[in-house]
Design a protein around this ligand. Sequence first.
Ligand SMILES: Nc1ncnc2c1ncn2[C@@H]1O[C@H](COP(=O)(O)OP(=O)(O)OP(=O)(O)O)[C@@H](O)[C@H]1O
Ligand SMILES: [Mg+2]
Length: 366
Amino acid sequence: MGTMRSRRSLADTAVGANQPRIRNPFIAGNWVRAENFFGRDGLLREVLEGQRDSLWIVGARRLGKTSVLKELEYRTQQSPQSPFVPLYWDLEGGLDARGLAEGLLSSVEDSEPLRRAIDLAVEDLEGLSVVDMLATLVRRTVRSGWRLLLLLDEGEEFLTLARQDVGTLLRMRRVFQKGPEVRTVLTSTRRLGRIDDAPEYATSPFLQGFVPPLYLTPLTPDETRALLARGDFSDADCQAILERTAAHPFLVQLIASRLFEVNDLAAVLEQVGVDEMVANFFSVDFQTLEKTERRALEEVARAERLTLRQVSQKVGIPEDALAPSLVALAKMGYLTPDRDGYRVGNSFFARWLSRSQALGAAEAAS
Ligand SMILES: Nc1ncnc2c1ncn2[C@@H]1O[C@H](COP(=O)(O)OP(=O)(O)OP(=O)(O)O)[C@@H](O)[C@H]1O
Ligand SMILES: [Mg+2]
């Protein structure tokens, strides 16, 4: 264990000299922020310093959507010059107006800094509808000299609300888009795009103002190396992790976390390649994509590398209609540009795609 000494010193700074165990510095699963958050400077700056007051951040599952919102909350709270007071609101489970009101109330309950900044007690909101709660929050924020930074997580929930209670959805949107008093940041997978396919929105699409979306990308190689430096791994191991994960932050953290425990990269890569939890997250993630996007990915996986023209021929969609989808898939890390074409974004996803196709074919044949 030649790296033991430096690992201990790392643990000392991380958890204090009295801690007997060497703490694993990698986090694979929960959202991260502050010193555990890496990269994404351009995106954070665009939200905090840009001109847009309605931003939609689209990202694959486990690519770091919640972490971005938590980091935005953290940075705003840490920065005395910021004009914003942040409110993180997880929409999950808010199937109807009632559920949303409860969720919003507990977000306010969880955010002591917000209540202090705008001089608001939880009781001031109790009994109000979700739309009135939002309006009250905005009013109080403005009265206290702030702007509200609304950080909405799990935006897919609006698809359900659109089916159950369009009126509430449209009234909420009016608050989200109240201009400079409110800056709304909404995260979701691409699936939320379907909300505007419903006929009710023909004249007034829900995502109007939120489009075009900002895409959450994998990390850059440098950001990934900075993260991996926490493990004090060999350069060769870092390079191999970077190549196999294509800087997908969750995969990087998962592999690094296990490597930190067992110190055998080949074994860890093999283990992660057959991990049920990882397969499950690829599968859930894949279902958030449009049918043609899924077919395009399957074709690229089968051929290993395809140009736009080749994908277009295989899926039967003209190149100019297909190109924006492939660009978006590449931004989100599902595909990686390779010379004049594309291959699948990272080796684990490629392996999962080939396997699930083989399974699908076997099932169809039986
Ligand atoms: N900026 C980052 N720096 C370091 N690690 C990150 C970063 N963003 C995400 N991760 C890694 O990815 C994992 C998932 O992050 P997070 O929960 O924010 O993703 P998500 O997109 O919200 O996931 P879900 O789709 O499940 O809601 C984290 O536990 C961490 O391992
Ligand atoms: Mg999340």
